[in-house]
Design a protein around this ligand. Sequence first.
Ligand SMILES: [Zn+2]
Length: 121
Amino acid sequence: MIKMVKKKIDKKIEKIEDVECKDRLCPKHGDRKLKMRGRTFEGVVIRKRNTRVTIQFERMLKLPKYERYEKRKTKIHARLPDCMKNDVAIGDLIQITETRPISKMIHFVVVKVVKKVEAKI
Ligand SMILES: [Zn+2]
């Protein structure tokens, strides 16, 4: 009987941690704290998955031959920490910062939401 009670208490503690942030790779709370260094970008969220978002932004490319500029789009994958999952939605303007490579495609992490997407009427 005593063991049963102990298990219940353990579960409760786990739940409390769940609410805060369980993500080990979170730059704010994780025990394997991600060090942020390198470049920072702002872009619009075009895709959202469990731990990853894809952002897109436009840059200008100079065409010397025509003395004009061309718009090019850049897509970057970034890690979305657990504690920000509910804050980020598709269409939001967010800021990401470079970190060490987390996986083959991901070496950026979401820092903050710059501008929320306007609610559809
Ligand atoms: Zn967190």
